[in-house]
Design a binder for this molecule. Structure first.
Ligand SMILES: [Zn+2]
Ligand SMILES: [Zn+2]
Ligand SMILES: [Zn+2]
Length: 360
């Protein structure tokens, strides 16, 4: 390996947080040129040694005392030695995050809300030595891209964990407090890997309407009652509502999602509840449960939604791309058009709300 006389990170792009020169053969007398907003960290065998700040440094045993001592301990004596130099940027970076998290199971039916979230974190390296050990030593990162992926991953993981600790009642009531807590945890975690969080912004936490309804009442029963009330009001308010309102009992059944109608019928008839077996853990869940009360697995058949922006595959039902945070519109139809009168009806409707035609 030729001995390197001069090392510098000349082509740092705006997105580059670090650059690793592996397997350098250096000597006392080689120059290390560190630009403004950079550090150079001497790195060997997974350990970080001396750090140079901005400037033009000629390597001597005096200005890299830690590495020199380590080399002596390894009986590497003489002017030439092998090591790596990792250049680290001191600029501010931004990491976008986004994904889906579930609240803790709550209520008799162990309801778990699917929460969408997205936002960004502004951060910079605070402790270049710790950063280099964590990323280039412990995690085997070799590029800025690896670092960014790790950061996005840990943000998402923290958020998923934190939301998973609270039932939907807490989340709905305290969205800000919950996201603040997540931000604090992210800051802690970041400090442990040598990063400083400058700002962590939740641009959106999406709580589905269904979850709000659940949280505002006392569970499934309240959800059903609320839904009936709203449906009746809608029918009264709509044109031709007279006829529908007259047949109120039937009218409610029309627009109520199938699951609820079915649950209600069963409740009324006092029949045993039908159960869905979780494909993941085998637990039995009441019909209409979207996520397994035991293990949290989705009870809907698995399908993928491709992100229109970055083409990442996300589980069906995901509201935001886990990779880039783009809102994902569901390709599945949200309405059924009546074949007879062309009125639009919500999915799950059995009879057209306008003309009474059987749908599906
Ligand atoms: Zn399960
Ligand atoms: Zn995407
Ligand atoms: Zn119709």
């Amino acid at each position: 390996m030729p001995v390197i006389e001069k090392v510098s990170w000349d082509y740092a792009g705006a997105e580059d947080i670090a650059y690793r020169f592996p397997n350098l053969s250096l000597k006392y007398g080689s120059q290390v040129i560190v630009k403004e907003n950079q550090w150079a960290v001497f790195f060997r065998d997974g350990k970080a040694y001396d750090v140079f700040g901005p400037g033009r440094h000629t390597i001597t045993s005096n200005n890299i005392p830690l590495l020199t001592a380590a080399l002596r301990a390894l009986r590497i004596i003489g002017d030439i030695f092998d090591c790596e130099v990792v250049f680290v940027s001191n600029s501010q970076f931004r990491a976008n995050f986004g994904g889906t998290a579930y609240s803790a199971p709550s209520g008799d039916i162990k309801y778990q809300a699917e929460l969408g979230f997205f936002g960004y974190m502004l951060y910079k390296v605070e402790d270049p030595k710790l950063f280099v050990v964590e990323f280039f030593g412990n995690r085997g990162a070799s590029s800025s891209r690896d670092v960014e992926n790790y950061i996005r991953g840990f943000i998402n993981e923290r958020i998923i964990n934190e939301f998973g600790n609270h039932d939907i009642f807490t989340v709905v009531k305290n969205v800000d407090a919950t996201t603040d807590k997540v931000t604090l945890k992210i800051s802690d975690e970041a400090a442990r890997v040598g990063l400083k969080v400058i700002d962590c912004v939740f641009e959106g936490v999406k709580i589905p309407e269904e979850a709000r309804r659940f949280a505002s009442g006392m569970g499934a029963q309240a959800m059903m009652m609320q839904y009936m009330k709203e449906t009746a009001t809608e029918l009264k308010g709509s044109e031709g509502g007279g006829a529908a309102a007259a047949g109120l009992g039937a009218g409610m059944g029309l627009t109520m999602p199938y699951m609820m109608a079915q649950q209600m019928q069963q409740a009324q008839a006092g029949q045993p509840q039908q159960l869905i077996i979780c494909q993941s853990c085998g637990a039995k869940n009441p019909v209409g449960t979207k996520f397994c009360g035991n293990c949290g697995a989705s009870l809907a058949p698995q399908a993928k939604v491709v992100c229109p922006k970055c083409k990442a595959e996300n589980p069906a039902g995901t509201k935001f791309c886990g990779n880039c945070g783009t809102p994902l519109t569901q390709p599945a139809a949200s309405e059924i058009t009546c074949p007879k009168c062309n009125a639009k009806n919500p999915v799950g409707t059995k009879f057209c709300g306008n003309c009474g035609e059987k749908l599906g």
